[in-house]
Design a binder for this molecule. Structure first.
Ligand SMILES: C[S@@+](CC[C@H](N)C(=O)[O-])C[C@H]1O[C@@H](n2cnc3c(N)ncnc32)[C@H](O)[C@@H]1O
Length: 223
């Protein structure tokens, strides 16, 4: 199964435009423990430049240290509008929100110290390309933090996720059976920490310290 052909720009944009008014009802409380751990894991310094990829409605905004330099990007204007409302409510003048495609970011190489992707990497059209872009914009030795559900290593659960995948992926919201290890390998990322978080430890929180090495040649992930 080629993960890069599962979700299309069009279906994702349509899905997140539709769910933006109710997104926080489902993604706030239940997914909060992982968010808190993710931000702790990166130890953001006072002058550090932070990027959040696919920031959505900005549910992480209250969790970042307030005085940091933070850029949030997403290609859904509807989701980003919600993030803007949240930033105003929080009086977070330091936050810059931009409409942008994570597959082709308009940032220079090495310009962030920390890049966060929470609950995003299985919701993009091409996860390998997005991780490569993340690697490009993160400075060498900077932190890349990925929080996501990946294909279960439990044989029964893994098979179930795979069975349900075509149906769920068709909604445009996410792909439930993205395998972690080949994804990181293809993106040229080596994790230095992996934790299990959230309900039933069903989500993984990964920290990679970015290297100067480039990534291997792209191949589709066979799931
Ligand atoms: C499940 S939501 C996660 C939102 C947020 N990161 C959070 O923690 O709640 C996935 C987000 O990824 C965004 N997204 C998907 N593909 C994208 C792309 N190619 N470029 C930018 N944003 C993208 C969607 O618009 C949506 O806001």
């Amino acid at each position: 199964m080629d993960t890069r052909q599962q979700l299309s720009h069009k279906s994702i944009k349509r899905a997140y435009a539709a769910v933006s008014p109710i997104y926080d009802l489902f993604f706030d409380r239940i997914f909060l423990p992982g968010r808190v751990e993710a931000i702790k894991l990166s130890a953001i310094g006072p002058e550090d430049r932070v990027l959040e990829v696919g920031i959505g409605t900005g549910l992480n905004l209250p969790l970042y240290p307030l005085h940091r330099r933070l850029v949030g990007m997403d290609f859904s204007e509807q989701m980003l509008r919600k993030a803007g409302d949240r930033a105003r409510t929080l009086n977070a003048a330091h936050v810059r929100l931009v409409v942008m495609d994570a597959m082709q970011m308009g940032f220079q190489d090495n310009c962030f110290d920390h890049v966060f992707a929470t609950y995003v990497i299985s919701a993009v059209p091409d996860p390998i390309q997005v991780l490569r872009e993340i690697k490009r914009v993160c400075r060498p030795k900077g932190h890349i933090i990925i929080l996501n559900h990946f294909k279960s290593e439990h044989p029964v659960m893994g098979r179930l996720e795979r069975l349900m995948s075509p149906l769920i992926t068709r909604t445009g919201l996410f792909k439930p059976d993205l395998p972690l290890t080949p994804l990181l390998e293809q993106a040229g990322l080596v994790p230095d920490q992996i934790h299990r978080v959230n309900l039933l430890n069903g989500w993984r929180l990964i920290r990679c310290t970015n290297s100067e090495e480039t990534y291997p040649e792209a191949r589709p992930i066979i799931n």
